[in-house]
Write a protein that binds this ligand. Structure first.
Ligand SMILES: [Zn+2]
Length: 469
């Protein structure tokens, strides 16, 4: 049950996985913090939101005016990494603190086992009402532990409306944990948004003249650097071998992506303001993030599930609390698996120890980062073979089963354009990351499931998204 005391004194005994032991020989530093007994805890996941298209993270176009504003009163993680750039697996990692190879949700539609502890269970056991408001149907497979579940293919605004209505109808004072999933940055509603948002973008959102804007984006994405008057070179950008033949196609793709980000940012603002009216002055915790990013032509790829470059893995992560936290930016690498222990840190009773690390020592400024690297895995869809990544202190190692490994210095090559796998100074880090990869515990979690018995409507939804043949 909820504590009657306004403050809970908590000991953070950070979970020590074989990964940390292998690297440091000791667990992350134990920390004690005080947290309020929250009336409302809200997890917002903005599907498919890459960090470098968010103005909060320095993108030139103002795509997220609300998040930018909220960040001034929040703790912003500048280096949050998805565990797998795939919706069902990544959300399962957010909810369980486990990597996909542990919770075994490896593709969309697979069910998250009720035997694995998750965030909704922890809040339920602590006396909270729990709810999930989700903007797709296929995520039904990961929502089974919530008291209230509302799913469907719908816009952010429609999802927000449902979520707010549920909170308004709670008995006054009822503590709640709510997950709100917004899907409009993904491909849906493109035509509608194109009609509604393009004029606004065209009038107000180009910070540079068209040529300078193309140059900025080309550097950002590794597109061909060509003048408008020059012939455009053949530029392949998806696994189907589609070839882009003009600057305009690339620019329009980015315009639509950014318009969808603006739309969802407005949805989050609406949710924040409306739920704020329900919560009032009571303690509240918000964690806003994304499940993965999106390739927009970088590495000749448009999409997310087939690659684990930074455009797929690097996501925003923002923590807001009432009463106010000291605003700060955390530069250390963290993983979305760290969300579960962070959300549940103030609960009484405490859930069983998570495999991952609580972000609170970083939120409170007691640590600037973890010694543990962030692990990521490519979805097992397609025939390219397994690809794994470890990101640590500005360096990234890519282990590829069927191709040569790659090594990037993200501080000098954030776009991962030039692999330094053979550079002499890469050797030490390569060895360390390779040892980390081998040390990961692959036997923690659930059981393999298949998606062959999914309801027809969900299969159709997955087919429409290109996830099922
Ligand atoms: Zn997704």
């Amino acid at each position: 049950m909820l504590s009657n005391h306004p403050l809970l004194v908590l000991a953070f005994l950070a979970a020590c996985s074989p990964t940390e032991q292998a690297q440091e020989g000791s667990p992350e530093t134990a920390t004690t913090v005080e947290l309020p007994a929250y009336r409302g805890v809200v997890l917002v996941t903005i599907d498919t939101l890459r960090a470098d298209h968010v103005s909060l993270h320095g993108y030139l176009r103002e795509t997220t005016p609300f998040l930018d504003e909220l960040a001034e009163r929040s703790v912003v993680f500048e280096n949050a990494q998805a565990s797998m750039p795939f919706t069902g697996p990544s959300h399962s990692s957010i909810l369980t603190g486990l990597h996909p190879f542990q919770h075994k949700v490896m593709v969309n539609g697979q069910s998250l086992s009720p035997k694995i502890p998750n965030v909704a269970m922890a809040f339920r056991d602590a006396g909270y009402r729990t709810s999930a408001f989700v903007s797709t149907s296929f995520l039904r497979s990961v929502t089974k532990s919530f008291d209230e579940v509302s799913l469907g293919k719908r816009t952010g605004r429609a999802t927000v409306k449902q979520a707010v209505q549920w909170a308004e109808e709670l008995e006054p004072g009822t503590p709640f944990f709510m997950w709100v999933h917004l899907f409009n940055v993904h491909e849906w509603e493109v035509e509608k948004l194109k009609k509604e948002r393009r004029p606004e973008l065209a009038e107000g959102s180009f910070p540079l003249d068209p040529d300078a804007w193309y140059d900025y984006l080309a550097r950002h994405h590794g597109w061909p650097m060509v003048q408008a008057t020059d012939p455009f070179p053949e530029f392949s950008w998806d696994s189907n071998g589609r070839v882009i033949t003009s600057r305009e196609i690339l620019l329009e793709t980015v315009d639509l992506y950014d318009a969808r980000v603006q739309y969802v940012d407005a949805s989050v603002r609406l949710l924040f303001n409306k739920l704020g009216q329900v919560i009032g002055e009571d303690p509240a915790l918000w964690l806003i993030t994304s499940d993965h990013g999106e390739g927009l032509g970088s590495h000749n790829y448009k999409g997310h599930s087939g690659k684990i470059f930074q455009e797929q893995l690097h996501v925003p992560l923002l923590v807001f609390q009432q009463p106010a936290l000291t605003p700060r930016r955390v530069s250390g690498v963290v993983s979305l698996v760290d969300v579960a222990p962070t959300l549940t840190a103030g609960l009484d009773p405490q859930p069983p120890a998570w495999e991952s690390l609580s972000l609170w020592p970083l939120i409170l400024g007691e640590q600037s980062g973890f010694s543990r690297p962030a692990f990521a895995q490519r979805s097992p869809v397609g025939s390219a073979g397994d690809v794994f990544a470890l990101i640590h202190e500005g360096q990234k190692y890519l282990y590829r089963a069927k191709h040569q490994d790659a090594f990037y210095d993200l501080t000098t090559d954030p776009q991962e354009l030039s692999s330094n796998i053979d550079a002499p100074d890469a050797e030490a880090t390569r060895s360390m990351l390779h040892a980390q990869l081998k040390a990961l515990d692959w036997s923690v979690g659930g059981q393999d499931t298949d998606i062959s018995d999914l309801p027809e409507d969900i299969l159709q939804e997955l087919k429409a998204l290109g996830y099922v043949e």
